[in-house]
Design a protein around this ligand. Structure first.
Ligand SMILES: Cc1cc2nc3c(=O)[nH]c(=O)nc-3n(C[C@H](O)[C@H](O)[C@H](O)COP(=O)(O)OP(=O)(O)OC[C@H]3O[C@@H](n4cnc5c(N)ncnc54)[C@H](O)[C@@H]3O)c2cc1C
Length: 435
């Protein structure tokens, strides 16, 4: 009977899960190990491109990476891990349909990422949308364009105003990029409406602290505030959303207004599903990791990315690595190498990476960037943003498709078609069956 090869179970197929499995796939193809990736989605999402996907600069299908196609040699299970019994090395898998089942493993990689960090604000759950996956990006694009259609066809000034008011809560890069990209797209789209001018729209960014885009430093954060205000966008610092019941927004600075579109981008927290793994968690709910990405005090278990507290060996203050793609990708590569080292009977190595800075796009030809301490603004920063991310998006196939999208946009006018009915595809058929 052939000897059993170690089975590596990767829980989550996002940045960490996909890149870890990618690093292990050759060993899996050679039959040295077996690799299984479990994720409720069959694709990995390249989140930094979501704002551009929402703005229509990149085709949404091109910002996701199909796991089965990319991870040849690994097994991909579309389902949710609902619990891990590490003492017995078994994970409980809930597939999309059918009963749960147990999946045995020899080593486990916990890569569950993060979810939106929300607050108990009245109306938030009912009225707001998040901005973390490609469905939300597509829905938001359709909603913004659909609201222009509604406002254009609606004589009631109050309803028109509510349709043309767009509120984003949270001033990190996800929020600011989505806010700026969508305003840029909507501003362009208004040229096709005879009764909507760009100044009829109200775009409000609400941020609880006194700065936005902390990722690019205070100076560029302030520059971004000024640039957005020049575009007539309302940037409210040191302000909180207090309530948004039935779309009536109440802010802590006393401002009140109606808005049909409220987007919540106020940070993330470690995936609460970690509580069902039994692994040691820190006060922020992240899995406690050693610098070599092993889970603290546990054999044969690893973690990295947004759901992990990984000591930042470049910090003098004992800080942990920030939850971002830059760390997630590099940690995943180290993690795959470490697993292979352990399988070969060698010691795993520590993860060490000094944060190099961030790039942010603020709409077509506009951006800010801070890389290796160098500050860049405007068109060069926007170009840097595109160059950096296209170099990072996984696979040659996706890189080529994104570049083709951008190249097409050089020759044709911006695509601003609203496909809002995508969210309710059966409506027309229902009406036909009812008549
Ligand atoms: C809009 C946006 C823009 C961003 N822009 C940047 C940027 O410009 N630069 C940057 O550095 N970072 C950026 N980030 C952050 C970056 O995307 C994250 O830090 C990175 O995705 C973290 O990787 P991860 O693998 O830890 O989590 P994820 O990539 O989120 O992967 C987690 C995976 O776990 C899966 N999962 C969840 N629950 C289960 C379960 N029960 N069982 C199995 N699988 C499960 C999820 O489906 C997901 O695929 C951005 C994030 C967003 C939302």
């Amino acid at each position: 009977m052939a000897a059993q090869v170690p089975h590596i179970l990767v829980v989550g197929g996002g940045y960490v899960g996909m890149y870890t499995a990618y690093g292990l796939r050759k060993a899996a193809r050679r039959g040295k190990i077996r690799v299984t990736v479990v994720d409720p989605r069959s694709v990995m999402t390249y989140q930094p491109f979501l704002p551009e996907a929402a703005a229509g600069s990149v085709e949404p299908r091109h910002v996701v990476v199909p796991l089965r196609k990319t991870l040849k040699g690994c097994r991909v299970v579309t389902g949710r891990v609902t619990g891990i019994d590490h003492a017995n090395k078994v994970a409980k898998v809930m597939p999309e349909e059918g009963p749960d089942y147990d999946l045995a493993y020899d080593q486990v990689v916990v890569a569950l990422g993060s979810i939106a960090r929300t607050l108990p604000i009245p109306g938030l759950a009912e009225e707001a949308t998040g901005f973390k996956n490609v469905e939300e990006a597509i829905a938001l694009r359709n909603k913004v364009l659909d609201r222009l259609d509604v406002a254009s066809s609606q004589p009631d000034p109050a309803l028109r105003k509510s349709a043309l008011t767009f509120v984003f809560v949270g001033g990190g890069y996800a929020g600011v990029e989505a806010f700026a990209e969508l305003e840029d797209m909507a501003r362009y789209a208004t040229r096709y409406y005879d009764n909507i001018q760009p100044e009829d729209m109200r775009w409000v960014l609400v941020e609880a602290t006194n700065r936005i885009l902390p990722e690019v430093g205070p100076e560029l954060g302030q520059y971004t505030v000024e640039q957005l205000r020049k575009r007539n966008m309302d940037i409210k610092l040191e302000t909180r959303l207090e309530s948004c019941e039935k779309g009536h927004v109440i802010l802590s600075d006393g401002d009140e207004f109606d808005s049909d579109t409220i987007v919540w981008t106020a940070g993330v927290k470690a995936n609460p599903a970690l509580a069902s793994t039994g692994f040691p968690l820190d006060e922020k709910g992240r899995v406690k990791c050693l610098p070599n990405l092993r889970i603290e005090g546990v054999e044969d278990a690893w973690s990295a990315g947004d759901n992990a507290a990984v000591p930042d060996l470049t910090s003098e203050t004992g800080a942990y690595c920030a939850p971002n793609a830059q760390h997630a990708v590099r940690q995943a590569r180290r993690l795959a190498e470490n697993i292979l080292r352990v399988v070969d009977g060698q010691q795993p190595q520590d993860y060490k990476h000094k944060y190099v800075g961030s790039v942010a796009s603020l709409g077509l030809h506009k951006g800010v960037a801070q890389l290796y301490g160098v500050k860049v603004k405007g068109w060069p920063a926007w170009f840097l943003h595109r160059t950096y991310h296209v170099s990072r998006v996984p696979t040659f196939n996706r890189k080529s498709r994104v570049i083709l999208d951008w190249t097409l946009a050089l020759f044709f006018r911006r695509e601003v078609t609203s496909l809002g009915s995508l969210q309710t595809p059966n409506e027309e058929f229902r009406r036909a069956t009812d008549s």
